[in-house]
Design a protein around this ligand. Structure first.
Ligand SMILES: C[S@@+](CC[C@H](N)C(=O)[O-])C[C@H]1O[C@@H](n2cnc3c(N)ncnc32)[C@H](O)[C@@H]1O
Length: 201
């Protein structure tokens, strides 16, 4: 028997979904190989929500696009623009990532090429560095991309760990993040993800 409705009761519908839960469920439709963890993606998502309309998000290292979906979901809410850069030498492909974004009704531009040689000159508001974590890649990526961040803009270093020494394969992430963002403000740190803000002046 149907339940009698109480006078004045609102019609029941589905409660609106939390934007993070929606973004995560979309991201979970693609492979998580080498992707940021859920905790890291949650922090990256929340941080991207502070961006203004028209802000530029760049992710170096897209792989299957799991974090691309998270950041493009945040961009959809704020009016920012997502760009992902990858040479696609590790198994995924530009066509696959583009098709996934389209299928999920997300906007974003994916660029194929090496992070240190691809043509790019636009100022950036939010940069996620997650391509090669070795000495050569980190040296070149930080030299090339950090100067493109706008004053007050953000950089996220994936695979950053403050407690490792030079014997750890991710030591170059720590080394170049520390050396090349001296004087920047630390916004957040959780294991493997450091977020810093470039000074305003
Ligand atoms: C750790 S995975 C990226 C994972 C992605 N950020 C995510 O969370 O889903 C690293 C990616 O960087 C790419 N990559 C590594 N070195 C690169 C380079 N020098 N230029 C462009 N892409 C590079 C690899 O092809 C790979 O897809």
């Amino acid at each position: 028997m149907a339940k009698p409705s109480l006078p004045g009761a609102k019609r029941r519908g589905r409660p609106p979904q939390n934007p993070w839960v929606t973004a995560l469920s979309l991201a979970q439709t693609v492979s998580d190989q080498y992707a940021l963890t859920e905790a890291e993606q949650s922090l990256a998502f929340k941080t991207a929500l502070v961006l203004r309309r028209g802000a530029i998000i760049v992710e170096l290292g897209v792989m299957y696009g799991r974090t691309a979906i998270i950041l493009a979901s945040a961009a959809k809410l704020t009016g920012a623009h997502y760009h992902g850069i990858d040479n696609f030498k590790m198994g995924s492909s530009l066509a696959e990532v583009e098709a996934n974004l389209t299928k999920l009704d997300l906007q974003g531009q994916i660029h194929r090429g090496d992070t240190y040689t691809i043509r790019w000159s636009k100022p950036i508001d939010y940069l996620l560095i997650d391509a090669g974590h070795d000495e050569m890649n980190m040296r070149q990526d930080t030299a090339r991309w950090l100067p493109l961040i706008n004053p007050g803009g953000l950089v996220l270093f994936h695979a950053y760990n403050p407690d490792i020494d030079f014997t750890d394969p991710h030591f170059p992430v720590k080394r170049y993040a520390d050396e090349r963002t001296l004087g920047w403000t630390q916004i957040a740190y959780i294991p493997n993800l450091l977020i810093k803000q470039k000074p305003l002046t």
